[in-house]
Structure formats: structure tokens, C-alpha cells
Design a protein around this ligand. Structure first.
Ligand code: RIB
Ligand code: CA
Length: 324
């Protein structure tokens, strides 16, 4: 099984990602970050999810409470005051670890081969780990993130929540050289929560009922998407996502575009959302002069473009059925 560290901000969709990961990947540990909720809540939520799915053997290491360069913005409008409103859960069966999440990431990646990092919250911990030990960019097998968007945002017109909450951290990560697999909102919006799936989960088992109660709240206000579960599903079954290797950079100073994952879609020919994206095209749409600084830069990110939603649904429902 692929060894992973899950860095997350549970978070309803983070919880679904944890349920997928714990059945298909070798989860070495969970690190938590401020994002959907305050760190004390995302950490407690991670402990409770692991208890609920019978994996309290997996340790939880609290990381950073929020960005170093800006106050934390939380998404309590989406996830509720606790960060994971909905299910009534018993208190965690054990405390989180005293070791800092960033230290756990650095120590584990530097001492263990072939570890994949999965980040489904703001990239604060990942960037901090890179600052502490730049070598992890070479030693980690890759970084799978839920974050950004190839040509759209959700928190702003241009930026997705995880990226814009800590844009400086994202900039550090995207300039680290680490192999990045980006599940942006352009991909994850292809992964809606379906009422019929919630009812299927409810009738399964204890974990299925827990998942249904999470999604009752998460999707209660209308359409919701399993953003974080997409990033983990891509790692579990690479055939679930069609991607393109493109250049991505992070906007830090734009008035309207701060936190945007500026994705160079020109190599795909369809460089506008409306055009049909041709993943095979070798045609380029570089209209700037050859010596222009705006000519396409070397690709640095595997950008998720298309999701096989039916394959995703099957993976998720089949996985939940394997729980007690
Ligand atoms: O924009 C969606 C992302 O922000 C997801 O990771 C969700 O959990 C929130 O953290
Ligand atoms: Ca998240």
C-alpha cells in the first residue's frame, strides 16, 4: 500500500477523504491545520473521524493554526461552528500528539522512502515543512492537493479557499519542485453529493450512517461537492482522473486575483473554459513573441481536468461498505 501523510482541515469532505484513504492507503499519520475551522476544532474532528471508522491507531499531529502572513479565514458558513457540524459524536478517545505536525512531516519524509503527501486544506503545514527541510521536496514521492482551479475559483471569482487562505504558503509549495497533482475546483465540481448516494450510505453500516449524517449537513443547503475525496481517489486509482501537465503559479498581489492558481492552458489549445479541452493537442496558442516573458513556462503541475464520476462513486460506496 502507498504510504501517505494526510494533512487536512476536517471538514466534512476531509472526513470523506480520510474514510477513503484509511482503506486503500497506508496512512502513517494525520496532520491538521487551521482552515475550515480553527485548529482545535479540525484536530478534534480528525480524532473523532478516526475513532468513528475504527482507526484510532492512527496518530493526529496538530500543525499550524493559520497562515504566517495573514489572519486565518475559516469556512464556518459551509462546515458550521465546529468545523464538522451535523453528526453528534462522542469526545475523542485519545488526545492529539504533542509533536508538531510540521515536525512529523519532516521527520517521516526524511526517514521513510516513497511517502506521498496529501493536503486537503490550506498549504500552511506543507510550506512550513519545506522551509524547515527543503530536501523533502526531493524525498517526497509527490504531493496530492485539493486546491486551486484550472480556470475558476470558489471563494472568490479567481481563487479557491485552500489556496487563497494561505497564498504565500501555496506559492512556496508550487515553487518547491515537488511533483504536484492538483485537484482544483474545475475537477471537483464534477463530483457532486447525490441524495441517492446519501441514502445508500445511510442504509449500509455505522460508518455509512456517519457519512450520511455528515453529508446531510454538508449538502443540506443545496449542492455540495466531495472536493477532498477527489484528491485521494486520484492517488488510489489514477484512472479516475484525466490530467494535463501544465505550468501553474500563484498570484499574490492581484486585487481581484490574489490566491489564483494561474494555469497555463495554452498547450491544451482550448485555453478558455468554453472550448473543448484537447488533451492530445500539441498545438500551442502562444501569441506572445518568442522572447516574451509571457511565453509558456515549463510545466510543473499535473492538473486534474476530467473526473470519471461513476468510477469515483463506485470507489466511494464500495469502500464505505467495507467498514463495520
Ligand atoms: O474549496 C474546497 C476546500 O476548502 C476543501 O478542502 C474544503 O474542505 C475546504 O477546506
Ligand atoms: Ca479541506
Amino acid at each position: 500500500m502507498q504510504k501517505v501523510i494526510l494533512d487536512c482541515d476536517p471538514g466534512h469532505d476531509d472526513a470523506m477523504a480520510i474514510m477513503l484513504a484509511c482503506k486503500h492507503l497506508d496512512v502513517l499519520g494525520v496532520t491538521t491545520v487551521g482552515g475550515n475551522g480553527y485548529l482545535k476544532n479540525t484536530t478534534r474532528n480528525a480524532l473523532q473521524v478516526l475513532d468513528m471508522i475504527g482507526r484510532s491507531d492512527i496518530k493526529v499531529y496538530p500543525g499550524h493554526a493559520g497562515p504566517c502572513t495573514a489572519p486565518l479565514v475559516i469556512a464556518d458558513n459551509v462546515h458550521g461552528e465546529s468545523g464538522m457540524d451535523g453528526p453528534q459524536l462522542p469526545p475523542p478517545s485519545k488526545p492529539a500528539e504533542s509533536k508538531h505536525g510540521v515536525d512529523f512531516i519532516v521527520e517521516t519524509v526524511m526517514s521513510t522512502d516513497d511517502v506521498v503527501l496529501v493536503a486537503t486544506g490550506p498549504l500552511t503545514n506543507i510550506a512550513s515543512a519545506l522551509n524547515k527541510e527543503p530536501e523533502i521536496a526531493k524525498r517526497a514521492k509527490g504531493l496530492y492537493i485539493m486546491g486551486g482551479g484550472a480556470y475558476c475559483g470558489n471563494w472568490t471569482a479567481a481563487a479557491e479557499f485552500n489556496i487563497v487562505v494561505d497564498a504565500e504558503a501555496a506559492y512556496k509549495v508550487f515553487h518547491s519542485g515537488m511533483p504536484i497533482y492538483m485537484s482544483g475546483v474545475n475537477l471537483t465540481r464534477q463530483c457532486p453529493v447525490l441524495k441517492e448516494d446519501i441514502e445508500t450510505m445511510r442504509g449500509m453500516n455505522k460508518v455509512g450512517k456517519f457519512a450520511a449524517e455528515l453529508l446531510d449537513f454538508f449538502a443540506g443547503g443545496g449542492d455540495a461537492h466531495l472536493h477532498d475525496a477527489c484528491a485521494v481517489a486520484w492517488l488510489i486509482d489514477p484512472s479516475i482522473v484525466t490530467s494535463a501537465f501544465l505550468h501553474v503559479d500563484i498570484e499574490l498581489t492581484g486585487t481581484l486575483t490574489r490566491g489564483m492558481t494561474v494555469t497555463d492552458l495554452r498547450p491544451l489549445q482550448g485555453h478558455t473554459p468554453e472550448a473543448d479541452i484537447d488533451l492530445t493537442s500539441k498545438k500551442r496558442w502562444d501569441d506572445a513573441p518568442e522572447d516574451s516573458p509571457f511565453r509558456g513556462k515549463a510545466p510543473n503541475t499535473h492538473v486534474g481536468i476530467r473526473l470519471d464520476f461513476e468510477k469515483f462513486r463506485k470507489l466511494l460506496l464500495d469502500t464505505l461498505r467495507t467498514y463495520e
